[in-house]
Design a protein around this ligand. Structure first.
Ligand SMILES: C[S@@+](CC[C@H](N)C(=O)[O-])C[C@H]1O[C@@H](n2cnc3c(N)ncnc32)[C@H](O)[C@@H]1O
Length: 205
């Protein structure tokens, strides 16, 4: 068991090579500007339990756990990626503060949301399912709780109302439906940042 300072030191040391290797292997992980926004929003809430939907190799999970000292529940459907993530967390010394579940978020998120209260949910898995994830977590989210969603402009195709190319149609239409929901002023105070691929920070009212 390492001290929080030692964990932060280890993450700082391992992170650049881990991030570079992920990009080299085309594993999608959060980009630098969005990571800054994520950590800033996460630290402001004083959140004690996060839900992350989409772990990949555990890069953003590690930063969330180290920077906030909180517990993170995270779900991933790719066993190989999750194995890498678990090894990475162990190397940093934070494995006790992360509960990871292997499986489909469509099944796991409703289950986790039923059994837990979250004050921060980071949506970063299947782009066509954001709206469903939101519906599933909404009841478990405290007032003042945050939904943080990455890639909401999805390759820039979601902005405006242009007809999307055939192969991206479902994702674009579903992401537009998600944006409509988070812009419901009765339910959320939402800001969408133009960084990289679009990042939404929504506070539940
Ligand atoms: C963008 S990556 C997550 C990156 C990670 N949050 C980070 O920034 O380090 C999205 C991940 O979601 C996973 N994913 C996609 N659809 C999923 C589903 N239905 N259930 C669980 N995981 C899913 C993918 O396998 C992928 O590893």
């Amino acid at each position: 068991m390492y001290s929080p300072e030692e964990c932060a030191k280890r993450l700082g040391k391992l992170s650049p090579a881990y991030e570079a290797k992920a990009r080299e292997d085309f594993i999608p992980i959060i980009r630098p500007e969005s990571l800054k926004l994520l950590l800033s929003a996460a630290k402001k809430t004083g959140c004690r339990r996060f839900l992350e939907i989409g772990t990949a190799i555990g890069f953003s999970t590690a930063w969330l756990a180290v920077e906030t000292g909180a517990h993170v529940d995270t779900v991933e459907k790719d066993a190989e990626r999750l194995a890498k993530a678990r090894a990475f967390w162990k190397e940093i010394g934070i494995e006790d503060r992360i509960t990871s579940r292997l499986g489909d978020a469509d099944e796991l998120v409703p289950e986790l949301a039923r059994d837990n209260k979250y004050d921060f949910v980071f949506i970063d898995a299947a782009k066509s399912r954001y709206s469903d994830y939101l519906d599933a977590v909404y009841p478990s989210l405290e007032k003042g709780g945050i939904v943080f969603a990455d890639n909401v402009y999805y390759l820039g195709l979601v902005k405006g109302d242009a007809y999307p190319p055939h192969k991206h149609r479902t994702i674009v239409n579903n992401m537009r439906a998600f944006l409509k929901k988070i812009n419901d002023k009765e339910k959320f105070d939402t800001t969408v940042y133009d960084t990289e691929d679009g990042t939404a920070v929504c506070v539940k009212l």
